[in-house]
Design a protein around this ligand. Structure first.
Ligand code: GLN
Ligand code: ZN
Length: 774
């Protein structure tokens, strides 16, 4: 609907972005080698060029058109929000003295150096991807620098591809930013929108000069109720920003993209905007009134995100195709696309040769999602008949999946069906407190969150075991020695409640996935978690069965070595789901109940061998909280319900702990309360105990351990520093209820700093106890 651009329309198939970590984690290898000095800057740049070129060629090979902006350019060396920070010149003043090349400065923002704390990282919407949080204040001097994206466009051109840069949009950028240290109290970054939009306008001009015909601006803020503004206000900001951007005379055509959820009633308002294309997530969202949408769109293209970019299941293409045809009948001509950037998916399911042929036939990774998009688009141009084979093929696969052994197990189903309200109800708090006196836990009890450092010896032994170079008994002997060492160390340090250290776990979710039926693990299914880090989520495809105890042997061995209580250590149902690819043929809540029942059996077995304290970690409880407020209640119902089903069978004398990895206590205090855990540990050190105030205000009556040791960096906190934090907590929390612990597990730390820090933690606790004479 603008007069300024004369570019070709988007072809009828595209995607919102593609993974970049590399099919064999090539990006990770290259940047990590560069960080260690094994690769020069020029070599890294060459390597990255090659990877970008390979990605584009791959997408064209999969059927996206080389012309007209169908191929997204969504590569990033570290993080897409950080890329936007650099592209708009929003470098926080505290990095002003960093010298060296642009690339060097980029990585200092991401990772810090001896003098600079890195930008904080936090989770990107409701995903497990972490981005670098922008820091904005009144003085931030936005200044466009399109180099990163412009290089991509030019390289693509040389390859004969018209790539479409994917950039975080200005409204989302500011709503995700935090006020910098320099900002006046109460400063809100979003007040800088007009200035930032000016920088984006320049960016667009520069991209046009570099030859870009299309650009994609991602505004997931449009689907979130968790950003401190109401949705109508966010839409108004987007309207203001995009009218301004659209008015820029010399720019590429714009796709405004709204991934990760439902824009709902605001869709038609957005459709009126003078951008050239509007994308909506039609997996989580819908088009409420297609005819009204068609009218609002006018000439604007509609990018229909009908293929799910969050899961790995083949979708019912016939249903999706019918939705697209319905849109077309109402007058909307859809460009077929994915619900969001495919960065959350692994590359290619065809490489998973160790999965059964049957399971593999049910799955679609990023490559296969592109193929699904291309198929649907072909159907739209050539008619349904042209894709009938593909439509029928998926239907056959879905039928096969529905009837496959293990997908519906009567034992598991019957057990879930017989769950009652009592199954989730423990004894009263008072009864529990009395029964747990037998554990003789001192006031201001000290403990850790579970894992001890994963040393290279542990990783080497695990790899040797996985390759069959050492047998199970040798591996188990190694782990027992490791447990003994960790127990002795904790006794020596003087901690009150000990852990076995989790040396047997590669990952807190995968370990359980490997020991429960209903899960499969992939070989190459890496997904970027942040920067160069990737995880390999398990696939929860069938009904869950615990065929044997999982952790009981390790915990009871640890307990046999010491007089002090040892905490059993489990991962909770919500976190197991959040960090896996979960079956999509039933509600998440139903799957969570199955996992919960398996954990319930594990807790019972732990109790039977004399483990008096069991921690059930739920670090992902907050992450899965839906972006839309209207879905919160249902979510809290099943998430809290599944935790309580897992723990509800524990006798009054067994103390149930939980651990949450963030400090937004306020936001989910209802959920924390609902979990009904006897003790909750929560991150707090980085925010200098900000959580203590809401805990106090809430009158929280159960045990709570706000972290007093920030484990995110190797820095050792001093005794005085930790004592101060404990004192802050003591102002609002009774000594009976207050626990002293680190922010999170210690697995990423080294032993030297860990031992020193924990000794300081114990000494600081002693100082407070002495002062209070408890
Ligand atoms: N028990 C786990 C550990 O200590 C908890 C990790 C987490 O919260 N992410 O490693
Ligand atoms: Zn944690």
């Amino acid at each position: 609907m603008t007069t300024t651009t004369t570019t070709h329309p988007l072809p009828n198939a595209t995607i919102q972005g593609f993974p970049r970590i590399g099919p064999d984690r090539e990006l990770k290898r290259a940047v990590e080698r560069f960080w260690k000095g094994g690769l020069s800057e020029a070599e890294l740049i060459d390597e990255v060029r090659e990877q970008r070129a390979a990605t584009r060629a791959r997408l064209v090979g999969l059927g996206l058109q080389a012309s007209g902006g169908a191929v997204p350019e969504s590569f990033s060396l570290y993080d897409q929000v950080l890329d936007a920070t650099v592209a708009v010149g929003a470098i926080p003043a505290r990095f002003g003295d960093v010298e060296g090349s642009a690339l060097h400065r980029y990585f200092v923002l991401a990772r810090g150096d001896a003098q600079h704390q890195p930008l904080e990282m936090t989770k990107w919407f409701d995903t497990n991807y972490h981005f670098s949080v922008p820091e904005i204040d009144e003085q931030t001097a936005f200044e466009a620098n399109a180099d990163w994206y412009a290089d991509g466009v030019r390289e693509a051109k040389q390859q004969g591809i018209e790539a479409r840069p994917v950039i975080v949009g200005p409204v989302t950028y500011l709503l995700l930013a935090k006020a910098s240290e320099q900002a006046a109290p109460g400063f809100n970054p979003v007040t800088r929108l007009a200035d930032l939009v000016g920088a984006y306008a320049t960016l667009l001009r520069e991209l046009k000069a570099a030859g870009a015909t299309w650009v994609q601006l991602d505004e997931p803020a449009l689907v979130s109720d968790s950003l401190g503004l109401d949705r109508g206000e966010i839409v108004a900001l987007v309207e203001a920003a995009y009218r301004e951007l659209a008015a820029e005379a010399d720019r590429p055509a714009i796709v405004l993209s709204a991934p990760y959820g439902d824009v709902g009633e605001h869709l038609t308002r957005l459709a009126i905007l003078p951008v050239e294309a509007l994308h909506a997530d039609l997996v989580r969202g819908a088009v409420p009134e297609p005819a009204a949408l068609a009218e609002a769109l006018g000439e604007t293209q509609f990018v229909a995100g009908v293929i799910d970019g969050r899961n790995i299941w083949r979708t019912n293409l016939r249903e999706r195709f019918a939705e697209l045809e319905a849109l077309r009948e109402a007058g909307v001509v859809p460009v077929v696309s994915t619900s969001n950037n495919l960065q959350h998916l692994p590359y290619d399911v065809r490489r998973e040769t160790k999965l059964s042929d049957q399971l593999r036939s049910w799955l679609a990774f990023a490559d296969q999602k592109v193929e699904q998009v291309v198929t649907l688009a072909r159907g739209l141009t050539e008619g349904a008949g042209a894709i009938e084979t593909e439509l029928a093929d998926v239907e056959a696969v879905l039928r096969d999946r529905d009837q496959a052994p293990g997908v519906h197990l009567p034992e598991t189903r019957d057990r879930v069906a017989s769950v009652t309200a009592e199954s989730r109800q423990r004894a009263s708090e008072k009864e529990r407190r009395e029964a747990q006196r037998a554990l003789s836990i001192p006031q201001l009890a000290t403990t850790t969150i579970g894992s001890f450092p994963q040393t290279s010896e542990i990783r080497v032994a695990r790899a040797a075991f996985n390759r069959g170079e050492i047998d199970e008994s040798a591996y188990n002997a190694f782990l027992r020695e490791e447990i003994e060492r960790v127990i002795r160390l904790q006794e020596e340090i003087g901690l009150d409640v000990l852990v076995h250290g989790e040396a047997e776990r590669n990952d807190m979710v995968q370990y359980f996935a490997e020991h429960l039926e209903g899960f499969a693990v992939t070989e190459h299914g890496w997904v970027q978690s942040y920067g160069s880090r990737a995880t390999r989520p398990s696939i929860l495809w069938g009904d869950v069965v615990r065929s044997a105890p999982i952790t009981v042997g390790w915990s009871s061995y640890a307990q046999s070595l010491t007089e002090k209580p040892v905490k059993g250590m489990l991962t909770g149902p919500v976190t197991i789901l959040a960090w896996s690819f979960v079956r999509d043929d039933q509600p998440l809540g139903q799957t969570a109940e199955q996992v919960a029942l398996a954990l319930r059996d594990e807790i019972r077995d732990l109790g039977e061998v004399g483990i008096g304290i069991v921690q059930v970690d739920e670090p992902a409880l907050r992450e899965l909280l839906p972006l839309e407020a209207s879905r919160h209640e249902a979510y809290l119902q099943w998430s809290v319900g599944s935790f309580r089903l897992a723990t509800g069978g524990a006798p009054a004398g067994v103390q149930i702990h939980t651990h949450l990895c963030y400090s937004e206590f306020n936001e989910i205090v209802g959920a924390i309360d609902g979990l009904d855990a006897d003790v909750t540990s929560i991150e707090a050190a980085r925010s200098r105990m900000d959580v203590v105030q809401p805990i106090g205000d809430h009158g929280y009556s159960r045990g709570i351990g706000p972290g007093v040791y920030d484990i995110h960096s190797p820095r050792v906190p001093g005794v005085d520093e930790i004592r101060d934090l404990i004192e802050i907590a003591r102002e609002r929390i009774d000594a009976e209820l207050l626990w002293v612990n680190p922010d999170c597990g210690l697995k990423t730390r080294g032993y030297d700093e860990t031992v020193e820090s924990l000794k300081n933690l114990v000494a600081a606790t002693k100082a407070v106890r002495d002062r209070e004479q408890v």
